[in-house]
Design a protein around this ligand. Structure first.
Ligand code: CO
Length: 212
């Protein structure tokens, strides 16, 4: 499994040559324009490869990844990606995809001090745990408790998308995009759909902006 850095570059050369061999125009087409159908917000975990697990090719999916696939309303990186994907690329779908066995979720369920920046990031997951505390803490099995928090986290992150004026404006004027909450299974390679919001969905009115 372990590859040297040099090997990565050799692999790249081989890949480029094989692509050109099967289609001499491949990179010319790809370099000209990208019209992705969806935005993927996923976990940085090395075992979750968005394009491999969904069978998509370069140019088909706009991708943002961070630890535990969080949508934080002060994260300028994520919001810039969302703004560009929704308003310029006009993606039809935004997918938040978590995964069972997520290390970020598990870490947030402990009382361990992960030091400075990680503590800040994982705090957002602890808030979701608190919000759904009754349901989660009633599950006797530790692994199943974490799995349920993975699902609820994805649901809350989709709702966080719907709380942004970026999504609310797009829903009003473009009747798009649909928002999806998915969870990927590391053990079977299958994606489970756990939550969905279409452009006609209403969230708690305290989050709805007037005069968009
Ligand atoms: Co993860």
């Amino acid at each position: 499994m372990e590859q040297s850095i040099q090997q990565l570059l050799l692999n790249n050369k081989e890949w480029s040559e094989s692509k050109i061999k099967s289609d001499p125009e491949y990179f010319k087409h790809l370099a000209r324009i990208q019209t992705p159908f969806s935005l993927w917000i996923g976990c940085s975990d090395s075992r979750v490869h968005p394009d491999s697990i969904t069978g998509t090719e370069p140019g088909e999916m706009f991708i943002h990844r961070n630890i535990a696939n969080l949508v934080i309303n002060t994260d300028v990186n994520l919001l810039s990606v969302l703004d560009y994907a929704v308003n310029y690329l006009k993606v039809k779908h935004v997918i938040v995809c978590g995964h069972y066995g997520c290390g970020g979720i598990k870490a947030a369920m402990t009382n361990n001090d992960h030091k400075y920046v990680l503590n800040m990031w994982l705090r957002n997951i602890k808030d979701i745990h608190r919000l759904h505390r009754k349901e989660i803490d009633a599950i006797p099995d530790e692994e199943k408790r974490a799995d349920r928090l993975v699902e609820l986290n994805v649901q809350e992150q989709v709702m966080n998308l719907a709380k942004t004026s970026i999504i609310q404006r797009a829903w009003k004027y473009d009747n798009s995009p649909d928002l999806h909450g998915w969870v990927y299974g590391l053990k079977d390679g299958l994606i489970k759909s756990v939550f969905h919001m279409d452009p006609n969905t209403h969230i708690d009115p305290i989050y709805e902006f007037e005069g968009l």
